[in-house]
Ligand binder design. Structure first.
Ligand code: ZN
Length: 316
């Protein structure tokens, strides 16, 4: 379930190999003289955790060697594994400050992943229990009684022999942090970019996590970095850093264009637009993808380009 790739002397990329949801995040492992640092932790699921343990064993380590965990944001598929790691040891846990509420409280996770405003305009989602869905797919993910220390955008984190700068890039999640290591010209891009495999469902965003405007600003914030290698939290990027920025931006822009074009052909509901953007199959697996459509509808309404029309939307 995890396959280790050596990136540098003391930096390993553990690639989560299952391609369909639920997909645990990739995990970064950085040994130092005290043991192991890990960045993100994947699912609370025995099979994938076994894969993680096997990878560590292949590198000559055990889970109990982990002394510090960094979490790039509060989504369930990145944080749930903490609940298994803490069966073996008591590492320090760092998490993006803005993501702490959603990692602690299921109601906050729901607020950022399936806002009430989306349920209001998509009748099919009114009774959809996203928290039960997440618990079933990612395991018990919330971090209730675990001490968590905050990290923020602009922090410099010394992890092993590396120094990472963190950059806050909201849109996908309110607290999403990417980790940049300038001497390696390496960016741990977490869930910011579209990538291969499960990451091809990205970019994913919600109006409560920053929405379309913040997402585009986040891409702008990172695009000037000097990056030679980019490692995402799901799959791999296809063609390097600038392509990843550009592809991600163009996916967001093309969704907006599709919505505007569809509305020019006549009024549509959010669900009709969902089907157009994502198709029935993806909506079947991830019904909460309406959040993307809603984020665009909010942005377009704020720009006075569309208006509500009795449960539907029209261009102005
Ligand atoms: Zn995420």
């Amino acid at each position: 379930m995890y396959k280790a790739h050596k990136i540098d002397d003391d930096l390993y990329f553990l690639h989560f190999t299952r391609k369909s949801w639920p997909t645990g995040s990739n995990i970064f492992v950085i040994p130092d003289r005290d043991g192991l640092n890990v960045i993100d932790t994947g699912l609370n699921e025995n099979a994938s955790f076994e894969g993680f343990e096997n990878c560590l064993a292949g590198l000559g380590y055990r889970v109990s060697d982990i002394h510090t965990v960094y979490l790039t944001h509060g989504h369930t598929d990145h944080i749930a594994g903490v609940n298994l790691i803490t069966n073996h040891c008591t590492p320090r846990i760092y998490l993006s400050e803005k993501s702490i509420p959603e990692a602690r409280k299921p109601a906050m996770q729901e607020h950022y992943c399936l806002p009430e405003s989306v349920r209001k305009i998509v009748p099919e989602l009114q009774n959809f229990d996203i928290l039960a869905n997440f618990e079933q797919s990612c395991g018990r993910w919330w971090l209730e009684d675990i001490e968590i220390a905050p990290i923020r955008g602009g922090d410099r984190l010394t992890i092993g022999k590396y120094t990472f700068s963190t950059i806050l890039v909201p849109g996908h999640d309110i607290g999403l942090l990417v980790f940049y290591e300038p001497s390696l010209k390496l960016l741990l891009s977490t869930d910011l970019f579209q990538s291969t495999g499960p990451g091809s469902a990205l970019p994913w965003y919600t109006s409560t996590a920053g929405g379309v405007g913040e997402y585009l600003s986040s891409l702008q914030r990172v695009e000037g970095l000097d990056v030679e290698q980019v490692l995402p939290s799901h799959g791999f990027v296809r063609n390097g850093f600038s392509d990843a920025v550009e592809v991600t931006r163009s996916v967001i822009k093309s969704r907006e264009q599709k919505i505007l074009q569809a509305l020019q052909d006549g009024r549509k509901s959010c669900r009709q637009l969902d089907k157009l953007l994502f198709g029935e199959f993806l909506l079947e697996i991830c019904p909460w993808f309406s959040t993307i459509t809603e984020a665009h509808l909010v942005a377009l309404k704020n720009d006075n380009r569309i208006a509500d029309d009795d449960g539907c939307y029209v261009v102005i």
